[in-house]
Design a protein around this ligand. Sequence first.
Ligand code: GDP
Ligand code: MN
Length: 337
Amino acid sequence: DPKLILGETHNSEYAGLPVGFNGTRRANATLLMLARNNELEKAKQSVRDLEEKFNRQFGYPWLFLNNVPFDQQFKEEISALVSGPVTFALIPPQHWYQPDWIDEEKASESRDAMVEQDIIYAGSVSYRNMCRFNSGFFYRHPLLQQYKWYWRVEPDVHFHCVVDEDPFLYMEEHNKVYGFTITLLEFEKTIPTLWPAVKAFAEENPQYVAPDNAMGYLSEDGGDTYNLCHFWSNFEIANMDFWRGEAYTEFFEYLDAKGGFYYERWGDAPVHSIAAALFLRKDQIHFFDEIGYEHHPFTHCPHTPGTIKKKKCTCRGWRSFDYQAYSCMRKWERIFK
Ligand code: GDP
Ligand code: MN
């Protein structure tokens, strides 16, 4: 039903305000959450936190997407928490489900083999649909066409510090394209052939590889092998023009045609991260140190001296993930030395 794809908007009296509640200029941006009906309590946790720490001062719109229609309770309880307009919409089915040209026999054998190896979400088709949707489709949703910027929010995350400077405007004013808070290592068994595909794409399309890119963060040997570092995409603040542009569009089509979203379990995190690191200049990627953020089991707490106090953070600096063994923060920092 096309009406469900265009969604249902609540609090629309606040839509389209040119300035935030605090009177500042606003970016062309939305807060974006993909969620399931049974994640209502977890979604409310994230919305409550982000509204309290950020959005009640700014009034940015929220957009909730789902592969099945949101139920009445979900819409009502979320609407009661938000300060700006909120829309609940359906994902077009062709953006979500496993395509016909995927060999289901091969895909199911590979799922079974991954289950044997105890890989997280190994047996899940819906998780694979989600990863492919987040990699190549969310920014094509009709309701996202009006926006340039999005802040991806997941159910059950925590925001630990006051966000009183608009991160979208920061990105815009400093020519940033992709923003993150946590960087870490991927499970190699979920992406065994991803890097060979990336290398083949880059060799065939050298025009897309940016000078002064962040390859030094992805690889220890100039690109021969992948060190598994990526930005944790459950938090993203980014410019969708990048995903909609020629380089990423060609890249996604190329990867999708390999079938690795279903024959392996390619995540949107390494796919987005590798694209950003190769097709952008490294200075177009931004680390938001001052945004304290938690998605189980990891927390980023600001490490710039004075920030925890200044931004009234509820996290503890010494527990921050950034310099723990599994983090890639040092690899991110080394490319700026
Ligand atoms: P994890 O963070 O990788 O452990 O995975 P999550 O379970 O948090 O899923 C990532 C995101 O995709 C969250 O925003 C989920 O709400 C969403 N998600 C995952 N699977 C589905 C699904 O089948 N349908 C919908 N609508 N959302 C999903
Ligand atoms: Mn999650």
